[in-house]
Design a protein around this ligand. Sequence first.
Ligand SMILES: Cc1cc2nc3c(=O)[nH]c(=O)nc-3n(C[C@H](O)[C@H](O)[C@H](O)COP(=O)(O)O)c2cc1C
Length: 190
Amino acid sequence: MKTVAFCGSPRKGGNTELLLTEAVRGVEEGGSSVITFNLNLMNIKACQNCGGCNENGICIFHDDMDQIYSAIRESDRIIIASPIFFFSVSAQVKLMIDRCQSFWCEKYLLEKPVEQGEYGRRGLLLLAGGMKDEMGSMCAEACAKAFFRTVSVSQHEVLSYLDIDEKGAIKSHPTALQEAYDAGRKLVSK
Ligand SMILES: Cc1cc2nc3c(=O)[nH]c(=O)nc-3n(C[C@H](O)[C@H](O)[C@H](O)COP(=O)(O)O)c2cc1C
């Protein structure tokens, strides 16, 4: 089983990274290989809505998305971990998601959805936000859901932690890191 994980926070050692590390530990201990992409360090151009992928599902740009496209195609499980920025996922995550418009074209225009392997494809969304208001994570969840649907993730779980602002604050949360680990284990159970 292959898992691909995306870290969408620019803050090294921050809450998102801590959550993702635990989820990845659960995934690995559950027997899946994991490839983690630190989106903040990657060269990903923004989608230009040029229509270039409409005909064949192939993006006109060739940058670090090339390795992400391949990893998504080969994946059985996908994890997105993001801080909440202005009520949504971070720009780093959004850049990657928007470039998956080529998968959207494959699925909806060419009617060739990204194939699932023998384990199906499932997802996990991890969110950390500083505000207390539950509304704050709704846009991020909707955005991730649209992405998951586009890349043939048939079901996904969401762990969203609010009122988590200072770097490392998630460590003081009574259950978050254990829940992230458990969610990773569950993600790769058959
Ligand atoms: C540009 C920016 C925008 C933010 N917008 C929100 C927001 O809309 N809602 C929220 O709950 N937290 C918001 N925050 C707070 C972060 O989500 C919070 O600090 C989070 O714990 C950061 O996770 P990290 O340590 O993984 O980077 C924002 C922070 C930044 C830097």
